[in-house]
Design a protein around this ligand. Structure first.
Ligand code: ADP
Ligand code: MG
Length: 235
């Protein structure tokens, strides 16, 4: 699903110096994997996620996601590609404040065009039901709690049925109980076959991932597969 090879990413600072955010990073993620990306603030997590979601481009190296080499693609093609292939969830939800929750989902479908117009409203309601928000569909985002807004943002990320979901500190602005419920929702999506890449410094959210990749100074310093213990009492 994701193949990154020899990725360098640096940003130009004022005064012409460059700051390296990623240094020679390589990472491969297979379809269906559930991966947590951990690391301290400034270690390159968001930069990595933005490259995978085609929200930014590397300074050097190859980015291949969902079977497409992103290097050669024009901005306009990338926007459509992203809509079809990657659902993105942010820390601060990024819902459109003037649209209802259901309208936010319908807009995401309109922008990509893969779902027939007559089916969009029903699909929005199905997705909102799946995240437990059927009764909030007609409300504006600002009238919902943080946890509800993040559920809505996850439903929106699913609007065009992308195979890959990426989330940048999706529980970073939520209390621990609400964060736990969001973590469970991601687990369900993983069980349903989505490939998940969750950037977090919440060890609880990382704990449900099958694989944990840790970044430090723009490099992968640990990459661990977790064996899920057999359930107690079933022996
Ligand atoms: P994390 O998400 O792990 O906190 P980031 O990927 O946001 O880390 O940042 C990695 C490094 O790159 C940091 O040193 C940060 O200051 C720098 N950086 C990120 N984005 C920019 C930018 N747009 N301009 C300049 N420096 C940036
Ligand atoms: Mg970040």
């Amino acid at each position: 699903m994701i193949q990154l090879e020899g990725i360098d990413k640096s940003f130009e600072l004022r005064g012409g110096q460059r700051a390296a955010a990623l240094r020679g990073l390589s990472l491969a993620v297979a379809p269906g994997e559930h991966v947590a990306i951990l690391g301290k603030s400034g270690s390159g997590k968001s930069t990595l996620l933005n490259l995978i979601a085609a929200l930014d481009r590397p300074s050097a190296g190859r980015v291949r996601v969902a079977g497409t080499d992103l290097a050669g693609m024009a901005e306009s093609a990338l926007a459509l590609w992203r809509g079809r292939n990657v659902g993105v969830v942010f820390q601060f939800f990024q819902l459109m404040p003037t649209l209802t929750i259901a309208e936010n989902l319908v807009l995401a479908m309109e922008l990509v065009g893969g779902i027939a117009p007559a089916k969009r409203r029903d699909r929005a309601m199905e997705l909102l039901e799946r995240v437990g928000l059927s009764d909030q569909a007609h409300k504006l985002p600002s009238t919902l709690s943080g946890g509800q807004q993040q559920r809505a943002a996850i439903a929106r990320a699913l609007a065009n049925d992308p195979p890959l979901l990426v989330a940048d500190e999706p529980t970073g602005n939520l209390d621990s109980e609400t964060a736990g419920a969001i973590g469970e929702l991601f687990e369900e999506l993983s069980a349903q076959g989505k490939t998940l890449l969750l950037v977090t410094h919440d060890r609880g959210l990382a704990g449900s991932a099958r694989r944990v990749v840790e970044l430090k100074d723009g490099r992968v310093v640990a990459d661990t597969q977790h064996v899920i213990p057999a359930q107690a009492g079933t022996a």
